[in-house]
Design a binder for this molecule. Sequence first.
Ligand SMILES: [Zn+2]
Length: 205
Amino acid sequence: MRHLPQLFANNRAWASRQIRQNPEFFARLCAIQAPRYLWIGCADSRVPANEIVGLAPGELFVHRNVANVVRSDDFNGLAVLQYAIEILHIRDVIICGHYGCGGVQAALGAPVSDPLEHWIKPIRAVRRRHADDIDSHTDAPARWRRLCELNVMAQVQGLSRLPILAAAWAAGRCLNVHGWIYDLKDGLLRDLDVSVTRAPPEQAA
Ligand SMILES: [Zn+2]
């Protein structure tokens, strides 16, 4: 190949390694996709979803975008969610943010150009809604960290109010939405304790 030969060499080595460890590896993956979890995370290259939770290919359905935002007008994200819930019957959706998120940092600064500005608008709204909380932190890194957390919490709330979730809960499905944050400094995940396991009160019949 003419372009990026190193990546193809890496790929051949990886495929060989998998087959050495388990000759049925690819045959099994082709036969069925039955992940138990949907991961909605940031596109940041330092947060590789499968690796940090120790799951193999086939075990985690993954959607990533800038700053792990869930938007009701994002057909890409909504289609992933629909597929995960209706076809794969996923029971746990994990929204995972991370400290040091560039998308969140952008939402703390001056407007940037579209489409990024359009994309991070919901994070600016979170920043406005929680101005007192965020501004109670005296230094900029602490405010940034706090907005990373608040953004995850807001996305969990927003996701749990989407019609597709309401429909699943109304049908009696077991479906949980979790909010986690990953720390680049030590590689550890933290549960923000904002899990939603049933329809929010205003939606429940
Ligand atoms: Zn990020």
